[in-house]
Design a binder for this molecule. Structure first.
Ligand code: ADP
Ligand code: MG
Length: 843
């Protein structure tokens, strides 16, 4: 008999091998499996007539196979299948589609899903005034062959609203992929078995319920089992738009449930925090004096406001847990330094953690610059600042650790080595975490829970007080959302840029126009400016990509492969028509215009550009000698090679940028070399810093005005935005140049266009969220938040708020109609869930 807790390998069709594959996706039990819900639905009960469809939209079509053909072209085989409904037809096209050769038989019923595009022949026919039936085509649609003789009455494939699942990965024992169809059948039989179980033992349904019955009733939600059933197999008549936007009662109930437990956990954490002891810092005139004397400029109104919020927290005897949000360049660092001074002047130590050594070093250098000549008003002595990173040699590391332990250092700046190296503090009063989203959730909490050593001044009569924690991040989550999501943190937002900033001009170009880029850099350097050149990899072959947080772009591979196709070879006529659509910038960029670099000199002049077809040769190959033919034919068999920081550094300093002072910076350099390169760039001794994404976060050199990102299509949006944030930090006009392949995926194209169009972190975050999906975006990596299973905090904002208020209510005064057993059930579920899903153990 199946139970929710039954391990998946005991489910029919799954077994040990598939079970193991599912385990890698976090699916261990029947319950886990059921939470793999469909990501879209097809209405195969009332299939849409082709004639009613409009091009440009995604569509699912049910039709019969009219014919198919495999066309051999010079760029590879193309498979075409014609799908028909009465007089209308749609042409489905698959590139490299030989594997489909024998899949379709005329008369077969097939469901396809994809973007509907007008077909060329149709356009030509329409232009000539000839009526035609084949109006549309679909490129690489998803498809499903409906089994022969399916009876709509008892088929999972037809005659109903059909769930479509994301692949669970893995294969069946005989090597077939775990398709959506496979998942559908497994889900169906699991739900059947559960229904059977409940029929035999009705109390089971109540046992499987995870929300208090009173709550379910009050909110008018279906029971859990009913909700799971309806989410997988929606009853006929459920509106498709509601299903697609997860608005059905079943969806809402499951989403609410997830958010309820999240909010309950956060609310519990917040409560516990209020019971803990922190330090009440005093803001005496000496403290004010200390801040005043080091502030290099007038803070913005926003900076003043958030500092006031921080100060209010610090004065309270409970530990502060505050998140400081502010877009790239909004000036978070100085606020952090102000907070640090408050703690230091109160006689406590401060630890500042940065995610990279480069950033830690930079903070160290600027802290020394700011505090170096200042005298602490409360001690009458200079401030003592130390750097502690993983790559210090063991002797100096131990020395520094000793000084920290003896309280001889007041301000310790470092990487996560601060916790890994067991830095014990004499009296740690404040922890600042810069670029918090770069740290894991777990890491963030290690240092927090580190108790003071016994000797500290902060320690009174055997009571350990916890340090305050200020986390900083540039990840722009709307404030109300942040308040609900970071339930255990208070949130401050710097929503204003320091004065005198001019917008960064962002342009997109292609590698074959690199000469313009180099020319532009030379001009800027001649004006005394500096530039960054960022590459996705350090050096060497394609696989060498340690530092790039690749955009999660399933099409990317495909696109880069098609990018290696020669573009200057005369294509066959057929190849021409179809290839013209796949990733052709012409179609993707319709209307967007692609300004040439030359217009950078006059940013307002945006002209249309018609670039000649070119080989894929990049700027790393400056010799013009090769005939285009040669370049093309070799490119045909090579994987597109990524230009790397090391190669380009060598290339440019002897080539296009000879005469300028170039520096190289990447993650594999020793810490010393990194520091030297960074410091020289900072001092203006390097004109152009050729780098990888190690400079992504935090790096601050105001004189740098040009950021060139090569292979920009490979970077995620958050990363592009962060990288661009390295320039535009002074009043001088700054530029960001994105060099991207000629053929990029639609998603990459949208990213690049968004970068060109806006500098608003919120807008970019929204697009990023759309592209990555909430699981990824709201995952630890991006936001320091636990990943969500079904909920999408942006989409489900109303449910998030409902969940929060219900969770608060439950935590403070549970419904009087609830039995103690029901209340206990919620708490124990919470404990399980937090431990298992979010890995956050309650201290
Ligand atoms: P981020 O929020 O991205 O960490 P930083 O703290 O590095 O930004 O600040 C960006 C730049 O703006 C720095 O060069 C900093 O010195 C400068 N800055 C910050 N606040 C102000 C201000 N109030 N007036 C002028 N410049 C400022
Ligand atoms: Mg910063």
């Amino acid at each position: 008999m199946l139970e929710l807790t039954t391990p998946v390998q005991f489910v029919k069709r799954i077994g040990e091998r598939i079970g193991a594959a599912l385990a890698t996706r976090g699916i261990h039990t029947v319950e886990d499996l059921l939470y793999h819900i469909p990501f879209r639905y097809e209405d195969r009960l009332n299939p849409q007539p082709i004639a009613s469809l409009t091009p440009g939209a995604m569509a699912s079509i049910l039709g019969e196979v009219r014919g198919s053909i495999l066309l051999r072209t010079r760029s590879g085989p193309i498979f075409e299948m014609t799908l028909g409904q009465a007089l209308s037809t749609v042409k489905c096209i698959w590139f490299h589609g030989s594997y489909l050769k024998d899949r379709f038989k005329p008369g077969q019923l097939v469901a396809v899903y994809g973007k509907l595009e007008p077909s060329r022949s149709a356009m030509a026919a329409a232009a000539a005034g000839i009526p035609t039936s084949g109006r549309f085509k679909m490129i690489q649609p998803q498809f499903e062959i409906i089994p022969d003789g399916s009876n709509p009455a008892d088929s999972l494939e037809i005659g109903r609203i059909v769930p479509v699942y994301e692949s669970l990965g893995g294969t069946t024992p005989w090597g077939a992929k775990l398709t959506s169809k496979w998942t559908r059948h497994v889900m169906w039989s699991v739900l059947e078995e559960l229904d059977k179980a409940v029929a035999g033992a009705p109390h089971l349904e109540e046992m499987w319920e995870t929300l208090p019955s009173a709550l379910v009733a009050r909110l008018n939600f279906p029971t859990r089992l009913a909700a799971l059933r309806a989410v997988h197999f929606p009853p006929a008549g459920t509106p498709i738009p509601d299903l697609m936007s997860a608005r059905t009662p079943a969806h809402r109930r499951l989403i609410f449930e997830e958010l309820f437990y999240l909010e309950l956990g956060l609310s519990l954490k917040r409560r516990r925090l209020r019971e803990r002891r922190g330090t009440a810092f005093a803001t005496t005139p000496a403290v004010r004096q200390a801040i005043k004397q080091v502030l290099p400029f007038h803070p913005t109104e926003a900076q003043k406001r958030v500092l006031a919020e921080i100060v209010a927290d610090m004065r309270r005897p409970q530990p502060m847990r505050r998140l400081l949000q502010g877009d790239v360049g909004s000036g978070k660092t100085i606020v952090a330094i102000e907070a640090a001074l408050i703690a230091i002047e109160n006689g406590f130590q401060v630890a500042l953690m940065a995610p990279t050594e480069i950033l830690a070093t930079q903070h160290y250098l600027s802290a020394r610059k700011l505090l170096g000549n200042a005298i602490s008003p409360s001690t009458g002595r200079p401030y003592r600042v130390a750097l502690l990173t993983g790559s210090l040699d063991p002797v100096s590391k131990r020395q520094t650790q000793g000084r920290i332990l003896r309280g001889e250092v007041q301000f310790v700046i470092g990487t996560h080595a601060l916790q890994e190296e067991k830095a014990d503090f004499a009296s740690l009063g404040l922890v600042i975490v810069d670029e918090q989203h770069r740290f894991g959730v777990q890491q963030r909490f290690n240092l927090i829970s580190k108790p003071d050593s016994a000797r500290g001044r902060g320690k009174q009569a055997g009571i350990v007080s916890e340090p305050d924690v200020l986390s900083m991040t540039a990840t722009p989550i709307p404030r109300t959302l942040a308040l609900t999501l970071y339930g255990d943190l208070d949130v401050s937002v710097i929503d204003q840029m320091p004065p005198g900033r001019t917008p960064i001009i962002t342009r997109r170009t292609t590698a074959d126009r690199a000469a313009d880029v180099w020319g532009f850099i030379c001009k800027q350097v001649a004006q005394g400016r500096q530039a960054y050149l960022v590459y996705p990899i350090i050096e060497g072959p394609n696989a060498d990509q340690p530092e790039l947080d690749f955009a999660h772009d399933p099409e990317e591979q495909q696109a880069s492969e098609s990018a290696s196709r020669p573009q200057n070879q005369a294509p066959t006529a057929r190849q021409h028509t179809s290839l013209g659509r796949t990733g052709s910038p012409a179609s993707l960029l319709a209307g967007a215009g692609r300004p040439r670099l030359a217009t950078m000199k006059n940013p307002r002049a945006e002209g249309p550009t018609h670039k000649p077809a070119s080989s894929t040769r990049g700027p790393s190959n400056p010799s013009p000698a090769k005939s285009p033919k040669c370049a093309a034919s070799s490119a045909l068999f090579e994987k597109p090679k990524l230009r790397s920081a090391t190669e380009m550094y060598e290339d440019l300093r002897h080539g296009a940028l000879a005469g300028l002072r170039l520096g190289l910076l990447h993650g594999r350099l020793s810490a010393d070399d990194k520091e030297v390169a960074m410091a020289r760039f900072q001092r203006g001794e390097i004109d152009v810093l050729v780098s990888t994404t190690v400079i992504e976060v935090g790096v601050d050199v105001a004189n740098a005005t040009v950021m060139v990102i090569d292979h920009a299509e490979r970077f995620g949006l958050a990363q592009l935005h962060q990288l661009r944030g390295r320039v535009g930090r002074g009043a001088t006009k700054s530029y960001c140049i994105l060099i991207a392949g000629d053929r990029v995926t639609e998603q990459a194209d949208a990213r690049l266009n968004a970068m060109v169009q806006t500098q608003d972190g919120f807008v970019l975050a929204e697009l990023d969220l759309q592209q990555r999906g909430p699981g990824e975006f709201f995952g630890t990596r991006q936001t320091g938040l636990p990943a969500m299973q079904i909920a999408n905090p942006l989409r489900d904002r109303d449910l998030l708020e409902l969940a929060k208020s219900e969770a608060d209510r439950f935590a403070s005064a549970p419904d009087p109609t609830l039995t103690p057993a029901q209340i206990d059930a919620v708490w124990s579920r919470l404990k399980n869930q937090w431990q298992r899903r979010y890995g956050l153990l309650e201290a």
